[in-house]
Design a binder for this molecule. Structure first.
Ligand SMILES: Cc1cc2nc3c(=O)[nH]c(=O)nc-3n(C[C@H](O)[C@H](O)[C@H](O)COP(=O)(O)O)c2cc1C
Length: 170
């Protein structure tokens, strides 16, 4: 980063980038997880590729590396409560994570049955990006729970922030 740009300015600019707020589902063997995720975007049309940048220290990162699969679960804009709970490793009880029901997707990764829409992906490529790995996923399944035009949760619906300049612990 240029020394002429202060961390404060850079943070403020980076936080202006609009982002979705969703849950990433992952699983390796008996270990299942869901995590709050904001850095998600489509990156190609043929094949259809979707990328998620995931902290190298996150449990989710390890589970995706081990299994080669993940799910993106888009959530109802009116229900942003799960995002607080899913910002640390989730507790599995039967077929639920932090009390939110899940089902097994085609790849074996969890799909939240309350998600208003979901994408299931197999890892096409993992790109090392310093603090995060960019998992580029090829979409193998997608769908809606109900209405096919739901309004999904976004970062600006909450007072949460993610990203910007690295502080003590990212
Ligand atoms: C609003 C919000 C957005 C987040 N977005 C991301 C993200 O895009 N990528 C990421 O690696 N962690 C993100 N996190 C942090 C993870 O949810 C958190 O570090 C989680 O504990 C790591 O997951 P784990 O359970 O797999 O260890 C976000 C957290 C919050 C509260």
């Amino acid at each position: 980063m240029s020394p002429e740009v202060s961390a404060e300015t850079l943070n403020k600019v980076l936080w202006k980038i609009p982002n979705v707020l969703c849950l990433v589902g992952s699983r390796s063997g008996d270990e299942w997880n869901g995590m709050t995720q904001s850095w998600v975007t489509q990156v190609a049309m043929e094949p259809v590729l979707v990328a998620a940048a995931i902290d190298v220290k996150a449990v989710t990162n390890r589970l995706i590396r081990e299994s080669g699969a993940f799910t993106i679960n888009l959530w109802d804009r009116e229900d942003t409560r799960p995002f607080v709970k899913f910002s640390k490793p989730a507790v599995k009880d039967g077929m639920s994570l932090n009390g939110r029901p899940i089902r097994e997707g085609r790849t074996g990764a969890p799909i939240f049955t309350e998600a208003v829409a979901y994408l299931e992906c197999t890892v096409w490529q993992r790109v090392e990006c310093g603090t995060h790995d960019l998992f580029i996923g090829e979409v193998v399944d997608a769908g809606f729970t109900g209405d096919d035009d739901p309004i999904v949760a976004r970062m600006e619906d909450t007072r949460m922030k993610y990203g910007g300049v690295k502080r003590g612990g990212h």
